[in-house]
Design a protein around this ligand. Structure first.
Ligand code: ATP
Length: 306
């Protein structure tokens, strides 16, 4: 798929999600969250920086939050294109989507899961990301976040704003603003954070409905993914009698009615064999999929400190 084709798919998927008529409170709240993010991108971000010339970049690590933001961003890119095309003197059929790739940056600090790395590679292709990473650029991992962003900006000095999929419920997330400058001890750019208001339940609802590929770790009890030495599956999702009595699947409708689904399977990818081994060594417990958890307060219970 070209960037135009995947952007159009994301636009159609998002429009379809917004049209869902339902009594589900989660879907209604997610529809509001989608509207707010789209409005923010189209009216505040794209009017300030052009999405077409490298002024805006995307901070992408394959996590579920930045994937959701990416789907929304692509849907807005398509809408931006339609609006521009309608203003043109030429008929729509003669208009070409004006971009081939999306500038993006992956900070490869910690040793991470092969499953996540495979997912980053696969989705980079699917979403036509032109993905900068220290490893790809210099052959070594980044030493810290701030230096890595500094290196990225040296390589792409036209960058003004970077989109980040942080949410208010993330650590230190409650003080963030939708658009803010980086702190003075950081490389200079605007942090654009259009999904601060999204809750965990909104993320799962939209992602499961989208039928876009889901990273295999989320299918195996992970709810938030950091480095391999600091992340385990979420203990609240151990498939025990006790946990099952406390958890229920809130997204059956999204799974059954996923957008343009050709089969009846959730589009969750395989876990890499190395990670399967690692999971076996961790213990014999089985885990429910990440989307059984909707409590934001324990979303990061699998992110451990060493
Ligand atoms: P999850 O919490 O399930 O791992 P996520 O990675 O998308 O999902 P966070 O870990 O909370 O969410 O990170 C917030 C955002 O910060 C990401 O969505 C992404 O935009 C940015 N980010 C975090 N780590 C990196 C990284 N290593 N490289 C690039 N961007 C990153």
């Amino acid at each position: 798929m070209s960037l135009g084709e995947i952007a159009e798919r994301c636009y159609n998927m998002t429009t379809s999600y917004l049209k869902v008529s339902t009594s589900s409170i989660i879907i209604k709240e997610t529809q509001d969250a989608v509207r707010l993010t789209r409005q923010h991108l189209l009216e505040e971000v794209f009017t300030r920086w052009s999405p077409l010339n490298g002024e805006i970049s995307f901070s992408y690590n394959g996590g579920k939050d930045c994937q959701v933001l990416l789907l929304l961003y692509l849907s807005c890119l398509w809408e931006f294109f339609i609006i521009q095309a309608e203003r043109s003197q030429y008929d729509f059929k003669y208009q070409k989507f004006p971009m081939n790739n999306l500038f993006s940056v992956y900070i490869d600090l910690a040793k991470t899961f092969p499953t996540l790395e495979n997912f980053v590679n696969l989705t980079s292709e699917r979403y036509q990301l032109s993905l900068y990473s220290s490893m790809r650029e210099h052959g070594t991992k980044a030493s810290n976040m701030s230096c890595a962003f500094g290196d990225f900006l040296k390589r792409y000095p036209e960058t003004q704003a970077i989109l980040i999929g942080v949410r208010a419920t993330d650590p230190f997330g409650d003080t963030l603003m939708a658009i803010q400058k980086t702190d003075s001890n950081w490389p200079d750019f605007y942090r654009v954070q259009p999904i601060l208001h999204w809750k965990l339940a909104n993320i799962w609802s939209f992602l499961l409905y989208s039928d876009e590929p889901i990273c295999g770790l989320y299918g195996n009890g992970f709810t938030s993914i950091g480095g391999i030495d600091t992340t385990i599956p979420n203990p609240y999702l151990i498939d025990s009698k006790d946990n099952r009595s406390k958890l229920s699947l809130e997204f059956q409708w999204e799974i059954d009615n996923a957008f343009e689904r050709g089969n009846d399977k959730i589009n969750v990818l395989e876990v890499d064999p190395d990670d399967q081994l690692w999971l076996k060594k961790l213990g014999s417990e089985k885990y429910l999929p990440g989307w059984y958890l909707i409590n934001d307060e324990i979303e990061r219970a699998g992110r451990i400190k060493k």
